[in-house]
Write a protein that binds this ligand. Structure first.
Ligand SMILES: *Cc1c(COP(=O)(O)O)cnc(C)c1O
Length: 387
């Protein structure tokens, strides 16, 4: 028996070192990392600017709690506000916690308006985290199984279906918010119609609902913009982000603007670790680096190169149902279960992931080279053809 809870199943690979797009295992084998710690290490492993910021801050002051001013927190909030068009930020330590803040804002917003038992509309096939509220919002029975009673106040509707929103609004008079991912990540890289978010924005404006976007996976440059909603020219009322923000340092953020500003007041929410000097210093270095380079354009170009390359290579492969993505969030949907491809890729020196059972998911770092993108296309196409 092992001393770790078995929450992650059996793990067979031990990685001991990383640099850029590459990681090495304890036997010295090298891998091209096309998962990036699940969309976390967007700047690649051990990025020098991030490592320097962390080590300098660690040697100066790591934690003081939110009883005191934290200049790094203020500076990071200023930059996030500027990059997102949002107004204010609350810092957490993870994605699920950022979403908890968002879900509390929706309830408080509803309760402040005198709405009895406020409802947040959430999507089928979504993923929002593993805490009780976020797994209750998640639209995946596997994530929820065994955890009844769930947190109530959520109504699940089909994704990418504006009429489903209208029907829910007709059925329930106490809806206060719509909460969704701009692209469903864990759900299998589901990219909605190009006007979907715009239509939801209009509905939210008309009905005074909060539009709340979970950009924990899609944010921080991965889709080719800092945030995916920026492809639509809209702005949400509540925005959550996390994964790529610290490039591996745990940090999450919940941002508000418009009607969501000042919903949370002193004493309504908090965190011991959230927004500590160490994690904020890492995130500042990440955002500075992203702004200094052409990473977003690269994410966009590389995503196109991957989708076009796979489409070309696999166009006669009957097993492939769809190839889609947005920036460096790429999915190849097969007509069958394909989890064995993860081990096959690993034996070829490549780390990839399968989500929703039959979708090969690629989340390479934004520092991927064109040649490495071709390497990915070559190796994975052959593996899929031979499945
Ligand atoms: C990963 C993820 C979460 C949960 O983030 P944690 O840091 O694991 O709590 C929530 N929403 C989305 C869209 C995610 O991809």
């Amino acid at each position: 028996m092992t001393s770790l809870m078995n929450t992650y199943g059996q793990r067979t690979l031990t990685l001991t070192r990383g640099a850029g797009t590459r990681v090495w295992d304890d036997a010295g084998n090298e891998y091209l990392d096309a998962i990036s710690g699940i969309a976390v290490c967007g700047l690649g492993h051990a990025h020098p600017a991030v490592s320097k910021a962390i080590s300098e801050q660690a040697a100066t002051l790591m934690h003081v709690s939110n009883l005191y001013n934290i200049p790094q927190q203020q500076a990071l909030a200023d930059t996030l506000v500027e990059l997102s068009g949002m107004s204010q930020v609350f810092f957490s330590n993870s994605g699920a916690e950022a979403n908890e803040a968002a879900l509390k804002i929706a309830r408080k917003y509803g309760n402040d308006k005198g709405i009895d038992r406020p409802i947040t509309l959430v999507m089928e096939n979504s993923f929002h985290g593993r805490t009780l509220a976020t797994l209750s919002a998640t639209g995946n029975p596997k994530v929820q199984a065994g955890f009844a009673p769930l947190v109530d106040g959520f109504v699940h509707i089909p994704y990418n279906d504006v009429d489903a929103v209208r029907r829910a609004l007709n059925e329930f008079s106490n809806v206060v918010a719509i909460f969704l991912e701009p692209v469903q990540g864990e759900g299998g890289i589901q990219v909605p119609d190009s006007q979907y978010l715009n239509q939801l924005r209009d509905i939210c404006d008309k009905h005074e609902l909060l539009l709340m976007l979970d950009e924990i996976q899609t944010g921080i440059g991965r889709t080719g913009k800092f945030f995916a909603y920026q492809h639509n020219g809209i702005i949400p009322d509540v925005l959550t982000t996390a994964k790529g923000l610290g490039n591996g340092m745990p940090i999450g953020a919940c941002l508000v603007q418009g009607a969501a500003v000042n919903v949370l007041q002193a004493g309504n929410h908090g965190s011991t670790f959230g927004g500590n000097p160490l994690s904020c210093s890492a995130a500042i270095a990440v955002l500075n680096e992203l702004q200094a380079g052409d990473y977003l354009q690269r994410a966009s170009n590389l995503g196109k190169q991957l989708v076009d390359g796979f489409s070309q290579r696999l166009k006669t492969c009957k097993k492939v149902r769809d190839i889609r993505g947005m920036g460096l969030l790429v999915g190849i949907e097969l007509d069958r279960e394909c989890s064995e491809i993860v081990a096959l890729a690993r034996s070829k020196g490549l780390l990839i992931n399968v989500t929703a059972g039959n979708i090969v998911r690629l989340l390479p770092p934004l520092v991927l080279s064109d040649a490495e993108a071709e390497e990915l296309i070559d190796i994975i196409s052959v593996l899929i053809e031979n499945l």
